[in-house]
Design a protein around this ligand. Structure first.
Ligand SMILES: Nc1ncnc2c1ncn2[C@@H]1O[C@H](COP(=O)(O)OP(=O)(O)O)[C@@H](O)[C@H]1O
Ligand SMILES: [Mg+2]
Length: 249
C-alpha cells in the first residue's frame, strides 16, 4: 500500500508538485494520466526518493518517510519496497539477459547464484523471454528489452511496482507485447502505479484512474467513471478522444 500526503516538489522556483495526496491500496492498479510536463514522472520518482521531494510524506507498507527528515536508512527502505520500470530500459549492455535479471538478487539481496538464477528463469518465462536469456540486450528488440526490464523489477519482489510510460519509447508494433505483460502482472494482485498515454490500456487494466495537470490531481475515479463521465471539464477535454470512441461503440 502506498500513501502520499501533501507532497510538494520545487525545482528552484518552479513548483512542480503542488500538494499531492494519493493512496493506492494493496493489490490496486492505479493509472496516472495527464499532459506532458504535469509532474507525473516527478511524482513517481519522488515516491522512492530518486527525486528528493521538498515536503510531504511517503508511506509504503508501514514505512513512513517525511521529506524533511528522510535519512539514508529510510530512503533505502523505500527503494527496497519499490520496483521501477522506466521509459528507457536501462539494462546493463555488457550483461546477458539472465544476468540483467539476476544482478539485483545477487548484489542487493546477496542471494546465492543458483537460487537467483532459478527465480530469474521463472520471471523470464513469465515475460516470454526464457529462450533469449543468453542474449545481450543489443540483440533484442525494444519491446523485448522492456520485458526484461519488467522481469528485473519483479525479481526483487517489491511491495509496489511503478511504471513510468513503459511503452513510450517503443515502435507502435512493439507496444502490445509489453502492455500484455503488464496486464498479466496486474492480474497477479501486484500493487501498481502506472503513468501511461495508452488510454485503452489504462481503462482496461486500472482499478482507478488519476488525472494530473500542472502538478496537481484534477480528478480521480474508477476507470469506468473517468472514461464515461468525468466531472471536470479539463478531464473531459484530455480524455475526449477515448470518450468519443466509447460513445461510438
Ligand atoms: N531535473 C529537473 N530539473 C528541473 N526541472 C525539471 C526536472 N525534471 C522535471 N522538471 C520540470 O518539472 C515539470 C514536470 O516534469 P515531469 O515530472 O517530467 O512531467 P511529466 O512526467 O508529467 O511529463 C516540467 O516542467 C519539467 O520541465
Ligand atoms: Mg514523464
Amino acid at each position: 500500500m502506498i500513501r502520499i500526503e501533501q507532497l510538494h516538489k520545487y525545482y528552484g522556483k518552479q513548483h512542480v508538485l503542488k500538494g499531492i495526496d494519493l493512496t493506492v491500496d494493496k493489490g490496486e492498479v492505479v493509472a496516472i494520466l495527464g499532459p506532458s510536463g504535469s509532474g507525473k514522472s516527478t511524482l513517481l520518482r519522488s515516491i522512492n526518493f530518486l527525486e528528493q521531494p521538498t515536503s510531504g510524506n511517503i508511506e509504503i507498507n508501514g514505512i513512513r518517510v517525511s521529506a524533511g527528515s528522510a535519512g539514508k536508512a529510510d530512503i533505502h527502505a523505500l527503494r527496497t519496497a519499490t520496483g521501477m520500470v522506466f521509459q528507457q530500459y536501462h539494462l546493463f549492455k555488457n550483461l546477458r539477459v539472465l544476468q540483467n535479471v539476476m544482478v539485483g538478487l545477487t548484489s542487493v539481496k546477496k542471494m546465492d547464484a543458483g537460487k537467483a538464477r532459478a527465480i530469474s528463469e521463472v520471471l523470464l518465462e513469465k515475460v516470454g523471454l526464457k529462450d533469449r536469456m543468453n542474449h545481450f540486450p543489443s540483440q533484442l528488440s525494444g519491446g523485448q528489452q522492456q520485458r526484461v526490464g519488467i522481469a528485473r523489477a519483479l525479481a526483487l519482489n517489491p511491495e509496489v511496482l511503478l511504471f513510468d510510460e513503459p511503452t513510450s519509447s517503443l515502435d507502435p508494433e512493439l507496444v502490445d507485447e509489453v502492455l500484455s505483460v503488464i496486464k498479466t502482472v496486474a492480474r497477479e494482485g501486484n500493487t501498481m502505479l502506472i503513468v501511461t498515454h495508452e488510454l485503452g490500456f489504462a481503462r482496461e487494466v486500472a482499478d482507478r484512474v488519476v488525472f494530473m495537470e500542472n502538478g496537481a490531481i484534477v480528478e480521480e475515479g474508477t476507470a469506468e467513471q473517468m472514461f464515461t463521465r468525468p466531472a471536470a471539464e479539463r478531464t473531459r477535454q484530455f480524455l475526449g478522444k477515448a470518450i468519443k470512441n466509447e460513445q461510438v461503440l
